[in-house]
Ligand binder design. Sequence first.
Ligand code: NAD
Length: 465
Amino acid sequence: MAELEKQEFNPFQKLFEQQKSFFNSNKSKSIDFRLEQLKKLKKVIEAHRQDFYNAIFNDFGKSQFETDVSELSMVIHELNLALKKTKKWSKRKKVSTGFSNFPAKSYIIPEPLGNTLIIGPWNYPIQLAIIPVIAAISAGNTVILKTSELPANTSAVIAKMINENFPAEYLHVVEGAIPETEQLLQLKFDKIFFTGSTPVGKIVYQAAAKNLTPVTLELGGKSPTFVFADCKLKTTVQRLVWAKFLNAGQTCVAPDYILVEDKIKDRFIEALKIEVDKYHPDSDEIRDNFLQIINHRNFDRLCSLIDEKKVCFGGKTNREKRYISPTLLTDVSFEDKIMEDEIFGPILPILSFSNLNETISKVKSMPKPLALYAYTKNRKTVKKLLTEISFGGGAINDSVMQLTNSNLPFGGVGFSGLGSYHGKAGFDTFSHFKSILDKPFWIEPGLKYPPYSNLKLKIIKQLVE
Ligand code: NAD
């Protein structure tokens, strides 16, 4: 009995009830209110800029430059966009009405889903938590944000920044790990937005299903990167190396593995080595431009993936500093251990191919990836890859940069995710689209009412079909 009572007590119930009452007061729906909150969020983020630099450095050893480029600038960009567009996005949209409903009008009203839960991951702990919050506010919802427990310093700054500046009944940060997330998942939210791994995504989906709560799942996966012989090699390696080793490879859309055409394999690997070396990674110190692995568990996992016989560059590790130098592995096959799961670290396996159709079939036999990249000048090859392989999103002759365009909805497909966000797509993700047929009283043709007749049916068919 005591056990049962213990299970039933939920420490977040009260907060949730308060957010429910607040949403029911309709305050969060007003466009002026939404814009005020977005402006306030922008102001408090600017006021905490230095705290974020310090926290991210303490959690990852990451430089201010990278924190600006990969975290804060993206957040400010989304905030500016939402401030500019929220009014437009929230407008009802008129659509045409068939003659059978004359003289009605038809329109679609975006309405907030209500009380939302956002669960963040650790790898870009600011932007992956705050950008969904911006979308939720812009769409008129209340939010409970559960930050990731791993970057503890950054999580503390986000919690302090939000909880000291916003009423808990509207927007509140809960810090915590698995138990807290499980408790939150028991509540009957109107929307759950989750970013994290595929296995935890399944747990979230199951919990949401009990309440038929709509979910967005931003998950991971092994993102393939095709390099063809006709690419411009220098630019290819430049873009690829930056994208792979950014955040020490701990990026959900990082190129996970390379598929290079046989005939340029050796030249490509040589060019890669020269490019990686420019980052001066092989130093005993953690450099400004190369950061730490988040924790020892991930450090050990990554080290176990390095097959020393296949290392052609890097492979240097330091457990105390949680440092793994950018590592290139050659002669890798699809059967190797490193090809089983998403790598999520600074190790780049290189596989070569000569038969494109066979390689495409192999990629298609694996779970649908979050991203795919192809480096080639041949538009037919591009078309073939885009048509034949299903994946979340990607880039041609670039990697990762697709994220910086808010006009491109960002999300996965299949095991790499469900739904999308960024820009207008984020607003839509946190909205329900209410369809309305709006009819005046002044005329009512009697066609659909009894007594039925063949003539009436003939007219109805002409109007409807
Ligand atoms: P994770 O799934 O371990 O954790 C994500 C969140 O879920 C955290 O807040 C954590 O506290 C919580 N959590 C963890 N285990 C849980 C459990 N058993 N029950 C309930 N909640 C739980 O993911 P992570 O390690 O933080 O992030 C890495 C993964 O996220 C990678 O797979 C990466 O590809 C993916 N990712 C995807 C995106 C994207 O936008 N698609 C972005 C970043 C990371």
